[in-house]
Design a protein around this ligand. Structure first.
Ligand SMILES: Cc1ncc(COP(=O)(O)O)c(C=O)c1O
Length: 392
């Protein structure tokens, strides 16, 4: 391993994976693991999906990259497909989640300037995670991620997640607010669901004051919660949506979708990306969306997710040390009163790959193609490990 040459950005697990198939991974020693991380919510269709592999291989042999100086038919096709699915008007195709969020922030600021606001403000929420670039850590509510990188990017106003009255009051006091950016379900913070009616109230306030409602669907979107987009559970339509992670099942592709004035904000020269939207990335993303649609991946996420949530709640819900079991679809969390790191490490030795956020929250993000037998294995193993840790 060449880890000595890598910058010190991750505390890595003591394992290197060599290959994967569906919901399974194998390490260099040939040990098999059930993957309940999906590369942080990315490999929704599982590893080495034959159709995705075929699309990548074929396109790599035809044309990978031309830059956005020319028309890119696969990019146009992807934009059309995404806009139709999300009821949006236009798309910008990027390479990572943070870049999609940056795109949304630029659109929001531009829209503010177009309304005559010199220093537009964007409301963001407690517990938010939007990425690791300077603007996105500034929009993120995590002092640890910001420390050492001050000064933060200006132009954000931080408000409590789930509190529509706080947003209303802020808007009334501050005419420079032009948008609110938030996750429909907070992922990195530990799968935090919004209180019911919150998004509807935000939508109303945004409509009244002509503000943009920006949903960061990078983790919760693309069927993870049992619907194409997590905001659909809230029965609202945002003005801007950011997507990444599962969009091309592991190839770095992201998108910022917008409707109405927000969709028309950019003019040539306002924004761009060398790699963004190349034929390889876009054909792969088109293939992923087709498979998700054809195989009704949302239904599997809904059914298996509901079964897992119920099972976890029955087995662990009232146990001492378990704070809460929560989630929607295949975005699930077990919050403990104590550190879950030892459980994560033990799980790895037992062939189960799980992730922990904020030290005490086990986050389960299996691939959306996980089957009943694999879900049973996940439920049995995690129950045994959590119960074992309580007795320990
Ligand atoms: C909601 C949300 N937004 C943005 C990001 C940043 O995405 P990326 O790591 O691809 O830049 C993430 C990543 O976890 C995320 O969960």
């Amino acid at each position: 391993m060449s880890k000595d040459y890598l910058m010190n950005t991750y505390a890595r697990l003591p394992v290197a994976f060599e290959r994967g198939e569906g919901a399974w991974l194998w390490d260099q020693q040939g040990n098999k693991y059930l993957d309940v991380v999906s590369g942080l919510g990315v490999t929704a269709l599982g590893h080495a999906h034959p159709e995705v592999t075929a699309a990548i291989s074929e396109q790599a042999g035809i044309l990978m990259h031309t830059a956005n100086l020319a028309h890119i038919p696969w990019q146009e096709k992807l934009a059309e497909k995404l806009c139709q699915l999300a009821k949006m008007d236009k798309a910008f195709i990027a390479n990572s989640g943070a870049e999609a969020v940056e795109t949304a922030l630029k659109i929001a600021r531009l829209t503010g300037h177009n309304k005559g606001i010199d220093l537009p403000l964007i409301a963001v929420t407690s517990g938010a995670f939007h990425g690791r670039t300077l603007a996105t850590i500034s929009a993120t509510d995590n002092k640890k991620l910001q420390r050492g990188f001050e000064p933060m990017v200006q132009g954000f106003i931080h408000l409590p997640y789930g509190d529509a009255a706080a947003f209303k009051a802020a808007v009334q006091q501050n005419p420079d607010i032009c948008a609110i950016l938030l996750e429909p379900i907070q992922g990195e913070t530990g799968v935090v669901l919004p209180p019911s009616g919150y998004f509807k109230q935000l939508r109303e306030i945004c409509d009244q004051h002509q503000l943009l409602l920006i949903c960061d669907e990078i983790q919760a979107g693309l069927n993870r919660t049992g619907k194409w987009f997590a905001h659909q559970h809230e029965e609202i339509l945002p003005d801007i949506i950011t997507l990444a992670k599962a969009l091309a099942n592991g190839l770095p592709v992201a998108a910022c979708l917008a409707r109405g004035d927000a969709a028309a904000a950019f003019k040539p020269g306002n924004h761009g990306s060398t790699f963004g939207g190349n034929p390889l990335a876009c054909r792969t993303a088109c293939t992923v969306l087709e498979i998700m649609q054809r195989e009704n991946i949302a239904e599997n996420a809904r059914q298996i997710g509901a079964w897992l949530l119920k099972g976890l709640q029955q087995q662990l819900g009232d146990r001492a040390g378990v704070v809460e079991i929560r989630g929607r679809g295949l975005m699930l969390a077990i919050e403990l009163e104590y550190s879950a790191i030892a459980i994560r490490d033990k799980a790895l030795t037992q062939g189960l790959l799980i992730n922990v956020t904020h030290e005490k929250i086990i986050r389960l993000l299996p691939p959306l193609i996980i089957n009943q037998k694999q879900a049973q294995l996940l439920l049995d193993t995690i129950t045994r490990l959590v119960l074992g840790s309580i007795i320990d």
